[in-house]
Design a protein around this ligand. Structure first.
Ligand code: ADP
Length: 265
């Protein structure tokens, strides 16, 4: 049954982590993006609707302007996101166009999910774009989001967006193959967990280490995201984004990543 996870999902949300979208030098990883665009096309050719949540604006901002990487001032961070968001979307647009795909930018804040009328507008815009074969690319609107009103990490932004959309599956592409019982970058004996059917139990069992340098939420927010979507009966997969054709591999039933299966499924 687990192998059919993509086959049974018509509405798929895919979140790309910062370390997946960028290369080691902080520029957008064009090779990854090309392979990802091809995978989105593959899913769409199989009748799926796809929404992307993409991180990476701040790192792209640093590599674009070539300064401020160490600034802690919130306004500089927001300025970097504003600069990098353009670079990010420009890369998505150019590379998705190669596969005859149009993209659309959607910037959201926590307030948008707290308001019924805004949520309705988000849904209607998403539905219109998807009906017309356009791929929406969501990110947090960092210009207006200071810490107190931030969703704070794109794992949760992706979870909220999946629920509002009424998605069938959330895939988080990260720099890690899946969830381990302890941080694999600090423990060579860490074991990957393939299937989780009880997130609360998992939380008690595993130890959560630090995130990668540009990661914002780490594993804790991925577990929080799983809890949220699973509550709505939606499964979630955490998988390694830079593995070539990872989406295809999952679609074709190769057991990659960690799958969070909601209890009632
Ligand atoms: P992303 O930018 O893709 O959201 P993060 O850097 O925020 O990713 O989180 C992934 C990182 O979390 C991994 O690279 C790993 O070093 C770290 N990590 C800590 N604890 C665990 C664990 N128990 N299992 C897997 N990864 C872990």
């Amino acid at each position: 049954m687990y192998d059919n996870i993509i086959k049974n999902s018509n509405k798929i949300m895919i979140k790309i982590g910062s370390s997946t979208i960028t290369s080691d030098d902080g520029t957008i990883d064009k090779e990854f993006l090309d392979n990802f665009a091809m995978s989105v096309k593959y899913l769409m050719d199989h009748g799926k609707k796809v929404i992307v949540v993409s991180s990476g604006a701040r790192i792209a901002g640093v590599s674009t302007i070539g300064k401020w990487s160490r600034k802690e001032d919130i306004h500089y961070k927001q300025a970097l996101c504003a600069i990098g968001q353009v670079e990010l979307m420009d890369s998505y647009r150019r590379i998705f166009n190669k596969y005859d795909l149009h993209i659309a930018q959607i910037l959201l804040t926590k307030d948008d999910f707290d308001s019924k009328s805004r949520t309705l507008n988000i849904r209607n815009t998403l539905f219109t774009l998807l009906d017309e074969g356009v791929v929406p690319i969501i990110n947090e609107n960092d210009t207006v989001s200071v810490d107190e009103i931030k969703i704070g990490d794109n794992d949760m932004l992706a979870a909220y967006s999946t629920v509002v959309w009424g998605g069938d599956l959330l895939i988080l592409l990260s720099d890690i193959e899946g969830i381990y019982d302890k941080n694999p970058s600090e423990n060579s004996d860490a074991h990957m967990i393939h299937v989780v059917d009880d997130v609360e139990e998992l939380e008690k069992k595993i130890s959560i280490g630090k995130t990668s340098s540009f990661g914002t939420g780490g594993i804790a927010t991925k577990i929080k995201a799983a809890k949220m979507v699973n509550k709505y009966g939606i499964p979630m997969i955490v998988a390694h984004g830079k593995t070539r054709d990872i989406i295809k591999e999952i679609a074709e039933g190769n057991k990659k990543g960690t799958r969070f299966i909601p209890k009632e499924k």
